[in-house]
Design a protein around this ligand. Structure first.
Ligand SMILES: NC(=O)c1ccc[n+]([C@@H]2O[C@H](COP(=O)([O-])OP(=O)(O)OC[C@H]3O[C@@H](n4cnc5c(N)ncnc54)[C@H](O)[C@@H]3O)[C@@H](O)[C@H]2O)c1
Length: 313
């Protein structure tokens, strides 16, 4: 397959590009490097520096003859979306429409879209794990942008026959994750720990998230590129709740350091418990998460420790 990965120089993109190359696929990355970097990519990967809102996107599609597009590009920070809904809409809604329009025009066969657990909003604890049919009531403009693009995908499919797969990621973590954006707690903890700094927990530490390793997300995206079961939304998650206290305990184990986190008052607006069901993705995509939290945290901590050592040199 000849695949365009928008936002491919970002955190998740960097894992996906490695997976696609390992599978022998032809890859082009398009990224404006707002949060991503060429350093995230293996040497020799074709990488075009461009914003998805740039009019020159049309020429990239004309020349690329892509079979599929994985659309990861966008701004990923909830609080930026709350402070500047227009900027979020420009990046995440208008930018996505431009990608869909070029995909339709150049007869791309399918678009894989990176959606999010934030599309569901605050779901009652009794309804966990959240299944894909749960109503979408986002609590942020970031979540609303993702839901809006999900609707665009459905209408593009209905109107023009452009196939899609929507993937709603849980909290993704792993090597090369930045500090901002979604699900950054693990990268923040691992980086601070590697630099010998204290960890802060807001709330009682019993709040939970569904943490999934970025390599498993890359494998899920690849399964979505290959599946016959298109035009659906799938959660990509571990379907396991982990509290921040448990997270700290595993990090203490992988780092060999004693950790005494400092506790602060909970931040308003933070969801207390979160977990996504992954049965639909397991059945339809033949995919399952393969990397345990312990192993994923070890890889992530090793990455940040190496970076801390390099920064000192
Ligand atoms: N990390 C998570 O936990 C998580 C969870 C759910 C969904 N997602 C989604 O997955 C996707 C990738 O997220 P990530 O964590 O790798 O974030 P990231 O910030 O590392 O990657 C986003 C990439 O897109 C690029 N980009 C941003 N705006 C662009 C634009 N207008 N034109 C071209 N390139 C642009 C950035 O430079 C960056 O390389 C995003 O769409 C995000 O919303 C991430």
């Amino acid at each position: 397959m000849n695949i365009l990965v928008t936002g491919g120089a970002g955190f998740i993109g960097s894992h996906l590009v490695r997976k696609l190359l390992a599978e022998g696929e032809q890859v082009t990355v398009l990224d404006n490097f707002s949060t991503g970097s060429r350093d995230n990519l293996p040497q020799g990967v074709k990488c075009i520096e461009m914003d998805v809102n740039d009019a020159a996107l049309a020429a990239v599609f004309d020349e690329g003859h892509f079979d599929a597009v994985v659309h990861l590009a966008g701004q990923t920070t909830v609080h930026i979306s709350m402070e500047s809904p227009a900027l979020d809409g420009e990046e995440n809604v208008i930018g996505s429409i431009h990608v869909l329009e070029q995909a339709r025009r150049t007869k791309v066969q399918r678009v894989i879209f990176a959606s999010t657990a934030a599309s569901y909003g605050d779901v009652a604890e009794e309804s966990l794990p959240i299944v894909e049919s749960e109503p979408l009531h986002p609590m942020s403009f970031y979540g609303l942008s993702k839901v809006t693009v999900e609707h665009y995908l459905r209408l593009y499919q209905k109107s023009f026959g452009l196939d899609f797969v929507i993937l709603r990621f849980a909290n993704v973590y792993g090597e090369r994750q930045g500090n901002g954006g979604e699900g950054g707690v693990i990268s923040i903890f691992a980086e601070r720990l590697a630099e010998g700094k204290a960890l802060a927990i807001y709330g009682d530490g019993e709040q939970t998230r569904d943490f999934i390793y970025a390599g498993d997300i890359a494998a899920g995206i690849y399964a979505a590129l290959c599946t016959e079961h298109v035009n659906h939304a799938y959660n990509l998650s571990t379907q396991t709740e982990t509290s921040l206290k448990e997270l700290v305990a595993i990090l203490a184990d992988v780092s060999g350091k004693a950790i005494e986190p400092r506790y602060f008052e909970a931040r308003s607006g933070d969801i207390y418990k979160s977990m996504l069901a992954n049965g639909r993705a397991r059945r339809a995509l033949g995919w399952a998460p393969a990397v345990s939290l312990h192993e994923g945290l070890r890889r992530t901590y090793d990455y940040f420790r190496m970076r801390a050592v390099q920064a000192k040199e």
